[in-house]
Design a protein around this ligand. Structure first.
Ligand SMILES: Cc1cc2nc3c(=O)[nH]c(=O)nc-3n(C[C@H](O)[C@H](O)[C@H](O)COP(=O)(O)OP(=O)(O)OC[C@H]3O[C@@H](n4cnc5c(N)ncnc54)[C@H](O)[C@@H]3O)c2cc1C
Length: 379
């Protein structure tokens, strides 16, 4: 039986970052995942995610973004590959949009100039848009296209032969965790479970707090390609009302404008994703583009499905839900990570560091808003 100090189960962005952080720190760590970079499964698949410095979800995330940014820049300079492509982020919503107000407040709190624009100013600066006059708009700097396809390959390459490309099951013991794959057995002093949508299945008690949803993504052939090219067009997030957010990217891959809903799709089993994104799922996105970003609107040329893993609102700490879980699992040598909820990718280097520290430094705790004790059943 092979032994190691820390086993990382699941090598999406979170587990991959944790394994890299452990190996960089000289820890005897092994990672397990049957799925490799370039696959179309797992919540981290695909070429890109949005990096935002100022996060409307939680002002505390600015420092997490800054920490992660340093990690991305390190990865970029060490690999010589583009990991972040700096791009402004336009956030707009109906008058009084809480999303816009929170993003604006987070930027101002860090001493940035007020990022507020009128809709007319935004439409002039970015002619693909026709935002209504009474909409609130902010354009934040510090945003970027995060090249997750590149990142997944780099993380896996850095881990080298410390990766076992097999599905793993685990059994906790008082002194460690035994890990079993189809062909091998291992014993780890501690194990990090970074299983994304599959985490709730591995720990059903945690699964009761997690909600896995199917998220449709489309690529649209832009009506006016010149207006949506990289450098001329921002990343955008449009708040059209309750449970109706649409986001998208510039056409940075000459593959059309990638756009998707940020509201939750239907709840699914992580092994049963259903068909590829349907016309019915993508129709509201096409309609939103036609109404608000006509330069980007056009026929659907590609489509995909990905999964969000959403956390339930906490009942002990103020929390609107969708906060991450980064903590030790009670009475065990397991560390759990559920960092999806549709906005975790950007933080992966910072989350990986936290997971590595939880596994190696008994005195370390992640921030209280990431801890399980925010739920009364874990307090
Ligand atoms: C459509 C979409 C858009 C998003 N947009 C953004 C965005 O713009 N910005 C942002 O910051 N975030 C975004 N996110 C969220 C972000 O992508 C996720 O937070 C992140 O990818 C979650 O990574 P993960 O490592 O937790 O999960 P995953 O990537 O799902 O990794 C889990 C891994 O566990 C493996 N696994 C499962 N079972 C086992 C087992 N038994 N043994 C070994 N391995 C196992 C799986 O194969 C998988 O690779 C988006 C997510 C989606 C779905």
């Amino acid at each position: 039986m092979r032994k190691c100090e820390v086993a990382v189960l699941g090598l999406g962005l979170m587990g991959g970052a944790a394994l890299n952080a452990l190996l960089d720190a000289g820890v005897d760590a092994l990672g397990f995942d049957p799925v490799g970079p370039g696959s179309d499964r797992g919540s981290s698949h695909g070429s890109c995610r949005i990096f935002r410095r100022f996060n409307f979800e939680n002002p505390n995330y600015t420092s997490l973004s800054d920490e992660a940014h340093a990690g991305w820049i390190r990865l970029q300079s060490e690999s010589g590959q583009t990991v972040l492509t700096e791009t402004p982020v336009l956030e707009a919503g109906r008058s009084g949009s809480a999303m816009v107000a929170s993003s604006r407040a987070a930027a101002i709190a860090k001493g940035r100039a007020d990022p507020m624009l009128t809709a007319a100013q935004a439409n002039k600066e970015f002619p693909a848009f026709t935002l209504p006059d009474d909409w609130d708009v902010v354009v934040q700097d510090g945003g970027a296209i995060l090249r997750t396809g590149v990142v997944m390959k780099l993380m896996r390459a850095r881990a080298g032969n410390r990766v076992i490309a097999e599905r793993a099951s685990f059994t906790p013991h008082h002194n460690g965790v035994s890990i079993r794959t189809a062909t091998q057995e291992f014993f780890a002093e501690r194990a990090i479970l970074a299983l994304g949508p599959w985490l709730g299945r591995a720990l059903p008690r945690l699964g009761a707090l997690l909600n896995v949803t199917r998220q449709a993504v489309g690529w649209f052939d832009p009506a006016r390609p010149d207006t949506v090219a990289l450098g001329r067009f921002p990343i955008f997030i449009l708040d059209r009302g309750p449970n109706d957010m649409v986001y998208g990217f510039p056409d940075f891959e000459q593959h059309g404008v990638k756009a998707a809903p940020h509201n939750h799709g239907r709840v699914v089993d992580p092994d049963d994703w259903g068909p590829n994104a349907t016309d019915a799922e993508l129709r509201p996105i096409g309609e939103a583009l036609a109404a608000l970003v006509p330069g980007a609107a056009g026929p659907i040329i590609d489509r995909d499905v990905c999964l969000y893993t959403n956390t339930a609102p906490a009942d002990r700490l103020p929390d609107a839900g969708e906060e991450f879980i980064i903590d030790r699992w009670p009475d065990s040598r397991l560390i759990v990570c559920s960092a999806c909820s549709g906005h975790g990718a950007k933080f992966a280097p910072a989350i990986g560091q936290r997971l590595a520290r939880l596994a190696t430094d008994p005195s370390y705790e992640a921030e209280s808003f990431f801890q399980l004790s925010r739920y009364s059943q874990f307090a």
